[in-house]
Design a protein around this ligand. Structure first.
Ligand code: GCW
Length: 696
């Protein structure tokens, strides 16, 4: 059986590496379950196996001869997880301090083989992860729903997680761990930050232990989100005050219990005093009081606390300012095993935001970035959007905290202010759907997050290139080139057809799929009206010194640059400025015309993606080809829907018409307002439940 797999894998690679110039043979149908790992995904050990078994299984898929070398004396330059590859005439030697290092080396070799990278005899390559903690955050609930999950139900079937040989019975958990290991992810937070206290009961902790045992050989540690009010819910205490002795005692006991089951448990992720979650402020205490209590309990075991900065009160005139207002006064008060986890932007995972100013504001507190891999605001699993350029834009942003070069990447890697712990998190886009992520191309975002967490310097292009070659088992440039270009432009395209020029949060309802610029909400800061502020006088949120003054949370030269309408980057214009409809843009066009034409460019781009995809049909199996094609068509229609809704609504203030170069509106405002997309925070809309559009 195994040798069969091996032979097949070898043939696939050989075929993929051949320089194909004539029409390729149509690949056999696949459901996409093997991800970027292709045939190698078949190499699953049973739960009792070790990291070295996983490594050896990988080596079985390599056509070159590999020697493994566990270094006798610790090589500081490689650390706990790094590795070195050296090629000579006999083959390649993989060296590392630990088995985990060898694990990552073996996946590197698999990647090189699938991408047909030719080794050079005499060459040496060293690779060390930039971040020590590279985590997925699952927003999965114990009842099987996934908040903002668009790929089916939760992967974790809690009711089934009871047997010892679970890995054999449910190989999906090992497959999941293996996929993460292949891209360097070394930790997973299993449950939603809106945490159900039951996750900390003995019943669930035993299940968590079962998963941890399956994940261990793959170097993947488990973490949990916690409900800050757990002492009240689970122990019947009358308080969860972090300074109360009984509460402290309960947490200490709980942490001891967790480590007795899972000796390498990673730690806690906490959403406190945010969107209705309980927290230390319920008892007049600070975020630092709350985080430190947990940090002290975890410290003896080496665990960490990731305390989220996503906090905002309903009453604030500008939600974008609030994280800095809450956390800056607490700088220096957190224990050294606390990391403040900050979303990339100051609002909420919009298609484009400036970086969160909190990254540059804490001098004596460790910070990490939280990226969203799941496409809450970018078309769910219906739209093809490659997210790496968006994350990289944030990581490469210079905060100027300590002068030029203080990028978000440098800060969170601990290069600006030395940290003990460096970390990065991505909100997972994984569910129990057969292809894991709902959209075949959404797999690229899981892949890209892991690769970026290992090496934030990798370019979007390189990651897309690797992913395509592995996932579609071809290196043919007639496929790779056009599809890669489509991926690379797709994020900007989405910005264009959803919310160009700094517009944000123009979504209908709580489902965050389609447009609803006219909508109010029970909370002002959950409503599009609060964010776009469109009226007869123009559109945009004034965050200048004359407005909410959010610009002042950025260091110079950014503060002045954003504050001045003539120097503010146009892609963020309406994020920082409220401007009249006839404001003159750099192109010489009015703001109104520019908005219309930018929407149009988004519409045109998705339309062109349909052509690109049709053009590569011979290179893709029918199954995946059809599934992607159907979704691209919906994406193209959604792009028009977005333009119609937003610009029709804005038109009711501006009184202006679409300029030349725009396709006409297809629906009027009455129709669009009546169309109500009622979806919950747990689902993606069915394609036939969306408004009818005709493609030009
Ligand atoms: O993006 C928003 C989502 C919520 C989410 C929250 C958060 C888990 O709409 O569904 O809750 O952010 O990040 O806590």
């Amino acid at each position: 059986m195994k040798s069969n797999h091996l032979f097949h894998a070898f043939l696939m690679v050989a075929a993929g590496c051949a320089l194909a110039s004539c029409a390729p043979e149509k690949p056999a149908d696949t459901d996409g379950h093997t991800l970027w790992l292709g045939e190698a995904a078949a190499a699953l050990p049973s739960c009792s196996q070790t990291t070295l078994d996983v490594v050896n299984a990988n080596l079985g898929f390599l056509s070159e001869k590999v020697s493994l070398e566990r270094l006798a004396s610790f090589d500081e330059s490689l650390g706990e997880e790094g590795y070195r590859l050296t090629w000579d005439k006999a083959g390649v030697t993989a060296s590392a301090n630990t088995e985990q290092g060898l694990l990552y080396a073996s996946f590197d070799l698999l990647r090189r083989q699938a991408c047909c990278q030719k080794p050079v005899v005499g060459e040496t390559v060293s690779s060390v992860p930039a971040f020590r903690y590279r985590l997925l955050n699952h927003w999965d609930n114990p009842n099987g729903t996934v908040e903002r999950g668009f790929a089916g139900k939760s992967l974790w079937k809690w009711e089934e997680i009871v047997v010892d040989d679970l890995a054999a019975n449910a190989p999906i958990y090992a497959e999941y761990a293996r996929a993460n290991a292949s891209i360097g992810i070394n930790g997973t937070v299993l449950n939603n930050v809106n945490a159900n206290p039951c996750m900390l009961t003995e019943e669930y902790l035993i299940k968590v232990k079962t998963l941890a045992d399956i994940f261990r050989p793959y170097g993947l540690k488990v973490y949990l989100s916690l409900n800050f009010a757990a002492p009240k819910h689970l122990a019947g205490l009358n308080t969860s005050d972090p300074l109360d002795e009984k509460v402290v005692e309960w947490w200490n006991g709980k942490v001891a219990e967790i480590y007795s089951l899972i000796p390498d448990f990673g730690g806690f992720l906490v959403k406190a005093n945010s969107e209705g979650q309980s927290g230390p402020q319920d008892y007049g205490r600070t975020h630092a009081d709350g985080a430190n209590m947990l940090a002290d309990a975890l410290k003896p075991y080496g665990g960490i606390v990731m305390w989220r900065a996503f906090v905002y009160a309903a009453t604030s005139p500008d939600r974008a300012r609030q994280a800095v207002e809450e956390f800056k006064p607490l700088d220096g008060q957190f224990r050294d095993n606390v990391i403040i986890q900050i979303k990339n932007g100051p609002i909420d995972f919009q298609p484009r935001e400036p970086f969160s100013p909190l990254f540059g504001q804490l001098e004596r507190t460790q910070v990490m970035a939280e990226m969203q891999v799941t496409q809450e605001y970018l078309g769910h699993s219906n739209h093809l959007v490659y997210l790496h350029p968006m994350w990289k834009e944030c990581l490469d942003s210079d905060t100027y905290q300590k002068g030029e070069g203080s990028t978000v990447a440098a800060i969170t890697e601990g290069k600006v202010i030395p940290y003990r712990y460096s970390a990065i998190a991505g909100v997972a886009n994984i569910g129990d759907s057969i292809n894991w992520c709902g959209h075949h191309f959404a797999q690229a975002n899981w892949y890209a997050f892991g690769r970026m967490a290992w090496n934030p310097d990798l370019s979007s292009e390189q990651i897309a290139d690797e992913w395509l070659k592995q996932t579609f088992a071809t290196t043919d440039k007639h496929f790779i080139q056009p599809v890669k270009e489509m991926m690379l432009s797709s994020r900007e395209t989405t910005v264009h057809y959803e919310m160009p020029l700094g517009l944000h949060h123009v979504f209908a309802g709580a489902g965050h799929y389609g447009p609803g610029p006219w909508e109010g909400s029970i909370r002002p800061d959950w409503s599009p009206l609060y964010y776009h502020k469109a009226g007869a006088d123009g559109v945009g949120f004034d965050r200048t010194r004359n407005g909410s003054a959010a610009v002042e949370q950025y260091h110079e030269p950014l503060c002045s640059m954003y504050n001045d309408v003539t120097t503010c980057p146009e892609e963020l214009l309406l994020w920082f400025h409220h401007l009249p409809w006839d404001y003159t843009m750099k192109s010489g066009r009015t703001l109104w015309d520019e908005l219309c034409l930018t929407y149009q460019s988004g519409i045109d781009a998705v339309r062109s993606y349909m052509e690109v995809w049709n053009g590569v049909e011979p290179y893709v199996d029918n199954h995946r080809f059809q599934q992607v094609a159907v979704k691209l068509e919906r994406q193209a229609k959604d792009a028009i829907w977005w333009r119609d809704a937003v610009m029709r609504y804005f038109q009711s203030f501006s009184g202006l018409d679409l300029p030349e170069g725009c396709t006409p509106f297809q629906h009027d405002l009455d129709y669009l307002r009546q169309f109500r997309l009622r979806i919950s925070i747990y689902e993606t809309p069915a394609l036939d439940k969306l408004p009818e559009y005709v493609l030009p």
